[in-house]
Design a protein around this ligand. Sequence first.
Ligand code: NZQ
Ligand code: ZN
Length: 393
Amino acid sequence: MFQFTYYTPTMVVFGRGAEEKTGALVKAQGCKKVLIHYGGGSAARSGLLERIKDSLTRAGVAHMELGGVVPNPRLSLVYQGIELAREEGVDFILAVGGGSVIDSSKAIAYGAAEEADVWDLYDRARKAKACLPVGVVLTIAAAGSEMSNSSVITKDEGGVKRGYNDDLCRPRFAVMNPELTMTLPPYQTASGCVDILMHTMERYFTPNGTMEITDSIAEGLMRTVMKNAVILRDDPQNYEARAEVMWAGSLSHNGLTGCGSDGGDWAPHGLEHEMGGMFDVTHGAGLAAVWGSWARYVYRDCLDRFVRFAVNVMGVDGSGTAQDVALAGIKAMEDFYRSIHMPTCFSELGISPTREQLKTMAHMLHIASGGKKGAAKVLYEADFLNIYENANH
Ligand code: NZQ
Ligand code: ZN
């Protein structure tokens, strides 16, 4: 077990009708003008946006809006938001949406708080000194950005997708009404479940620094998400299942499932970010498509963890050789992905990269990761390419 700091300052307001409290929550932050940031239309179609504006008006909070965030959110809209926020004297960003909207909001919040180019943060050229406060009304359980210190932005030219982590951007509050997620297309619900699992697996698959309590929380979280993902496949309007998955999404990425470890592996996320940048795939589906290839590539170097995962999470009979048990656990996870209609290779994801494209992604990850990535097994550019190639069928 390593030393750790667990910092999770986000106030969570959870349950039916929680969004009605948004105005009061923003007002309590003492801000003067709010920028409501949202996506491509779901929040407007469902009437949520109007309800949020009403709630702000009732609380006497001045507000303006900027929509149009797309999945894999783009830097160009972030720049627009920063300009708007500066011109209008905005001092609070309210994200109404999912990970993409929240991440775009965080980027605007960084950009509006400092003169320098916000992309420098994502390009690892500097660290942020300031960030406007951000609040969230969550509409999809997936990225965990509502409590995380992270944001991921894609630069329009060249599809360069990069993340920046800093406690400054952790949302002040997160409003979570599981009912708001009931309008999600099944593909997004399932992709979200994969992303939630993956945030826990990234922290779980490391040989360095583990704790019984952290492992138990992680294993329980993963079992809960898999069980409820299947319930939601068959019954998307199931409130209890929506609630289980929504809360799991926040807990999987607010740091809780990493306490005591070395920070985790994060190679699957690195691999997926390049796929998202180049092919604009849905994040969770992209993770599912590359995970099996990654797991089979690294499991021997982290055998104990893969055996434990197979037995405690996937319910594999542990009586075989360690290698057989570990491989059975990986196969069981892939079977689970298929059961919720998630891909396990690139063709199922709907992409067919050329060898040149695979090499470009491997090289981009080499640059993004500073040369190496991973804890279960430390990976280099040639390994990234091998993993992509093994998933490319
Ligand atoms: O734009 P709208 O119309 O709202 O449609 C969205 C979008 O098409 C739709 N949607 C969201 N809520 C809905 C809904 N449709 C109907 N009803 C609702 N209630 O769902 C689609 C996906 O939304 P998005 O925000 O992109 O999903 P997600 O939360 O999965 O976010 C993905 C992004 O987050 C990044 C990913 O890389 C990706 O860019 N991540 C951010 C992290 C973080 N900041 O901590 C960590 C993650 O690992 C991840 O990398
Ligand atoms: Zn993720």
